[in-house]
Design a binder for this molecule. Structure first.
Ligand SMILES: [Zn+2]
Length: 94
C-alpha cells in the first residue's frame, strides 16, 4: 500500500472517532509524541484535505510527507523496520 492509502485509512479512522494510530509506515512513537499527527491533521484541515478530496490532494500530501514526515518514516532493515529519529525498531507488520 502507498503512503496515500495509509493516510486515507488514518483519516477514515479519525472520522469514525476511532483512536487513530500512526499511519502504517510511520513511527508510532514519534507520530504520537511529537504530535506529528495533530500538526498533520491541522494542516490537512487548512488545505481542505478530507476523505472525499484526498485523491485530488495526493500531490499536496506527498509534498507534506516529504517535507515534514519523511524523518519518521520507518526504514526497512531485514525483517524489521527502524525509525531514524528515535531508533525504535518494529517488526514488519507495523
Ligand atoms: Zn521514532
Amino acid at each position: 500500500m502507498s503512503i496515500i492509502d495509509n493516510i486515507k485509512i488514518f483519516l477514515m479512522n479519525k472520522a469514525n472517532n476511532e483512536t487513530a494510530a500512526a499511519p502504517k509506515g510511520f513511527c508510532p512513537n514519534c507520530w504520537g509524541r511529537q504530535e506529528y499527527g495533530g500538526n498533520f491533521y491541522e494542516a490537512m484541515k487548512n488545505e481542505g484535505v478530507n476523505i472525499a478530496s484526498i485523491d485530488q490532494k495526493k500531490g499536496w500530501i506527498q509534498d507534506y510527507v516529504d517535507k515534514n514526515l519523511s524523518g519518521i518514516a520507518l526504514q526497512k532493515k531485514g525483517t524489521s523496520q527502524t525509525c531514524s529519529v528515535c531508533y525504535a525498531t518494529y517488526n514488519q507488520e507495523h
